[in-house]
Design a protein around this ligand. Sequence first.
Ligand code: NAD
Length: 276
Amino acid sequence: MAERIRVVVVGACGSMGRETVKAVCQAGDLELVGAVNRSHAGQDIGQVAGPGPLGILVSPDLEGTLEAAKPQVMVDFTEPEGIMSRIQTAILHGVRPVVGTTGISQAEVEDLRALCRKYRLGAVVAPNFAIGALLMMRFAAEAARFFMDAEIIEMHHPRKLDSPSGTAIKTAEMIQASRARSGSGQSVLHRSGAVEKLQGARGGEMGGIHIHSVRLPGLVAHQEVLFGNPSETLTIRHDSLSRESFMPGVLLAIRKVMELSDLVYGLESLVFGAHS
Ligand code: NAD
């Protein structure tokens, strides 16, 4: 039988971390070897996450866990603060990062890419692991060739720290790239003279695309991309109804990162192929 891929989960006691622990434990080709979290120290991660006792105790010490557990892959679902140092620590220990934590800037991704190249180590940084969300972004990029204007409404649970979401930013980037490739423009006429009476009412703006962030109890992760042309609109919507929706993408990234020797940003090329 082939060796199982050794995985450590950072942020293991959070919503995404617990779901990842369960998914890794259920996957026959993966082995959970460590759980890092700044709370729940000393507790059995199997009991915290649900599958029952695993004999793996939660530690707040990332470096110590990497040295003791010798994982091949580190999955991180924590928070933006200190994320760069956690990823760098993994790479310097020869551990391949799979990062779902959002709020990492494009410049930071490029710094990480340089580090991965230096150590010839694979990494995946993905603002959204849900396959349906990847399709939503892909369809939005396609629609951008035919519609003059677009706005994005992203909706999340109120504990989400960063706004707008990484997915909304990536969607706006893909719409801009699609417009640049196809030479399609956007209308500016309706913007002349517009007045924002309440600051922020029009949301944030990236290259002419307005992004609105909603935070409400009851929500998980949802996004609408609205396109408008004279006399017609098109709405593309994706809903993650539970955190389970992210797990097929997380497991795919853990398996694929073992074959990479560079950083991959976004899951698209791993799901749809290199020329997606
Ligand atoms: P959460 O608050 O439920 O969990 C975060 C966990 O990380 C907590 O248990 C916290 O104690 C722990 N933590 C924070 N900083 C830490 C540190 N420095 N060291 C060790 N542990 C630390 O949050 P969540 O809903 O699980 O989301 C986590 C991240 O994943 C967020 O950035 C969120 O935006 C992102 N996210 C990404 C995707 C995706 O598909 N890429 C999907 C959902 C959420």
